[in-house]
Design a protein around this ligand. Structure first.
Ligand code: SAH
Ligand code: SF4
Length: 343
């Protein structure tokens, strides 16, 4: 918006034009300046020539057979590509899953994005424009009546958000800004693989935004194998940051745990997970999301559903609120951990 504001200023447009432009872009999700008929033609022409509405161009959009998931491949100005996903996890809600980096350096062994390595960080606009892209598409395709945008945004696409902290923070402010997306903090979730110091910073900066932690193992040698970054922030330092988070925010932490057959899904893994979580805080402030492994080009395997249920039952028996997440979008490789921006 700052570039557009500069154009309006140069053309000596009155102040209210910027508010009209914001409404057309963010509230009405118009995808061309020509359609913004509240603005005079001279302004529309100048903006068209100088300021793209989206800094991303769609290369491919695919929909899952059940219609509950769409995945878009978006091209950045330098030719790099990222993926973003629109999901309908319940009949009344639409959730957008966005990327914070092109690739990822954390290199979790089971994750398609991790296999690519890091190409570069995204800018704040490249992050929030993914939400705008889906809002425009929802209007064009009359999804949810075509009137509203996504209800929730999750930073669970490609990349580690806390390895790109400043732009992610700026994009969060844009999503919550009433003159832009106007989303409530509680409708936004940021997922991290566990950069401990950034968790504490996030608690200070965004105490109302949901935090998800990708844990996957509660024993250091196993976690280091799966999430190599555990070497830098081992479980004990992570626990200290999570305690600080709970204390500062008074909120819940969502713990993500990808079930990998024969690796982290044994009864003793459930026990060490329960012990670890108990060491962090009151169990009602923690919620475990078990995710059955989605197939990627790696040697890992998902456990059979009955095994996953058994793991869930063990945690519940230990008093830990636990859900087994349904995986939308597997037929288009749009599920958790399958984003790789290649096809
Ligand atoms: N980098 C951040 C956010 C993006 S990943 C993070 O790791 O938290 C979003 C979630 O998908 C994480 O919990 C991640 O562990 C999980 N995931 C990665 N690969 C997966 C796979 N193959 N199957 C299921 N979940 C996967
Ligand atoms: Fe990066 Fe998250 Fe994938 Fe790990 S799971 S490689 S942190 S995107």
């Amino acid at each position: 918006m700052s570039k557009a504001a500069a154009v309006l200023k140069r053309l000596k447009a009155p102040h209210f034009r910027l508010a009209q432009l914001r409404q057309a872009v963010f509230r009405d999700a118009q995808d061309s300046y020509e359609a913004m008929t509240t603005l005079p033609e001279e302004l529309r022409r100048a903006l068209s020539a100088e300021v793209p509405i989206l800094r991303l161009s769609p290369a491919l959009v695919r929909a899952s057979a059940d219609g509950l998931c769409r995945k878009a491949l978006l091209r950045l100005h330098d030719g790099l590509k990222i993926e973003t996903v629109l999901l309908r996890p319940s009949s009344r809600r639409w959730t957008v899953c966005i990327s914070s980096q092109a690739g990822c350096a954390v290199a979790c062994t089971f994750c398609a994005t991790g296999l690519m390595g890091l190409a570069r960080n995204l800018t704040a606009e490249e992050i929030s424009d993914q939400v705008l892209f889906w809002k425009q598409l929802m209007r064009r395709e009359k999804i949810a009546g075509g009137e509203a945008g996504p209800d929730n945004v999750v930073y669970m696409g490609m990349g580690e958000p806390f390895a790109n902290y400043e732009p992610v923070a700026q994009s969060l402010r844009a999503l919550m800004d009433q003159t832009q997306f106007g989303l409530g903090a509680r409708h936004i979730s940021v997922s991290t693989s566990g950069i401990a110091p950034k968790i504490e910073r996030f608690a200070e900066d965004f105490p109302q935004v949901n935090l998800a932690l990708s844990l996957h193992a509660a024993e250091d040698s196993l976690r280091t194998k799966l999430v190599p970054m555990n070497r830098a922030y081992p479980l004990e330092s992570l626990a200290a940051s999570l305690r600080a988070y709970l204390e500062r925010t008074g909120r819940k932490i969502f713990v993500e745990y990808v079930l990998l057959r024969g690796e982290n899904d044994r009864p003793q893994d459930a026990r060490s997970l329960a012990d670890y979580l108990r060491s962090i805080g009151p169990l009602e402030r923690l919620h475990v999301n078990l995710i059955a492994f989605n197939q990627t080009d790696t040697p890992h395997q998902a456990p059979p559903e009955a095994e996953a249920r058994r793991f869930q039952a063990l945690l519940r028996r230990d008093g830990i609120p636990t859900t087994l997440r349904q995986n939308l979008g597997q037929d288009i490789n749009g599920a958790c951990g399958q984003l790789l921006a290649k096809n």
